[in-house]
Write a protein that binds this ligand. Structure first.
Ligand code: SAM
Length: 312
């Protein structure tokens, strides 16, 4: 049976982005299999949608799923940050981000995203990308590898794990997710092996973030999204770990300040009007019922904001 990704915090996304999206244009920057997109298109029959995703395989699924909406939908295979930076069409009235990867990637992609499976260590969303997880694991100097695991995985045993990987790779090229997961399992202390999460969870997250440049894209993408939004339009961002949420929070706050000129600039040239009005101080999180039905939602944080009107 095919397992389908369940969109996270979909009611909240509808409630908070709906008022702006309903008769306008929504850009779903992380369309995936099209779960959120489909929901918006069904709820708002005059709304149009542009769905972005860098992954060709999952986008084919979205194309099939959303084909019933005909010309209301256009799908683009792209990284969201570069697409938004060069966008020159009608201003969208709402923009949604739902970061990370989909169940599809763990269960069906065969690209080594899951430490439970025995698959090639790839993890690229963009199949033309030059860097795979195997390249990082086998070729990064030990210290750089440890830093990636520490910074992007917040893994406290990063140095032990990097050292074990380097010992093993001297014997042979590490090319499968299972092999890597076993190296990590044996590298960490015994009491860490059977904790709340599998000991390879954080390292796998770190590799995926490094392969796809995930964190580097967020700030620019939000800035560009706010730039192209129609006045009064809304932006919503769902993130899944503190590294992502921190960037979203700081970028939102900066764009909501009256003056955004660099501190070293003596005179304000930005006309002193905040670009964003924050609609929630603390991020919205999934309710108990949703967490029980859909485990990944337990770590989701949803921030949303409104683009200010020019005259303000
Ligand atoms: C969590 S899934 C989205 C699920 C979707 N909202 C749904 O309800 O079906 C995130 C998707 O974003 C894509 N993605 C992640 N980072 C991206 C980026 N920087 N640019 C374009 N697509 C990206 C992934 O390939 C994945 O399909």
């Amino acid at each position: 049976m095919e397992i389908q990704h369940v969109p996270v915090m979909s009611q909240e996304a509808l409630d908070y982005l709906g008022p702006a999206a309903q008769h306008g244009l929504l850009i779903d920057c992380t369309c995936g299999e099209g779960g959120h997109s489909e929901m918006f298109l069904r709820h708002f029959p005059t709304m149009r949608l542009i769905g972005l995703d860098r992954d060709t395989s999952i986008q084919q699924k979205a194309a099939q799923r959303l084909s019933v909406f005909g010309e209301r939908v256009s799908l683009v295979n792209t990284w969201f940050d570069s697409y938004l930076a060069s966008y020159d069409q009608a201003p969208p009235t709402a923009i949604l981000f739902d970061f990370g990867i989909s169940i599809f990637h763990y269960e069906e992609s065969r690209r080594g995203f899951s430490f439970r499976k025995d698959e090639p260590l790839d993890m690229r969303l963009d199949d033309t990308g030059e860097l795979s997880a195997a390249d990082i694991v086998n070729e990064y100097p030990e210290e750089r590898l440890a830093n990636v695991i520490y910074q992007y995985g917040e893994e406290r045993y990063s140095r032990r794990i990097a050292s074990a990987i380097c010992t093993q790779r001297r014997l042979q090229w590490i090319d499968s997710s299972k092999e890597l997961s076993e190296i990590i399992f044996h590298a960490v202390p015994k009491n860490y092996r059977y904790g709340r999460i599998h000991p390879a969870t954080r390292t796998f997250q770190a590799l995926r973030i490094e392969v796809n440049g995930e964190l580097d894209r967020i700030e620019r993408a939000i800035e560009e999204a706010v730039r192209i939004l129609a006045p009064g339009g809304r932006i919503g961002v769902i993130s899944f770990h503190s590294l992502e949420d921190r960037i979203v929070k700081q970028t939102f706050r900066r764009l909501a300040k009256p003056c955004i000129c660099p501190p070293e600039q003596l005179q304000c040239t930005c006309d002193g009007i905040p670009q964003l009005q924050l609609l929630n101080k603390k991020p919205v999180t999934a309710g108990r019922e949703e967490v029980m039905m859909n485990a990944p939602s337990r770590s989701a944080k949803f921030r949303f904001a409104r683009k200010t009107d020019k005259e303000q």
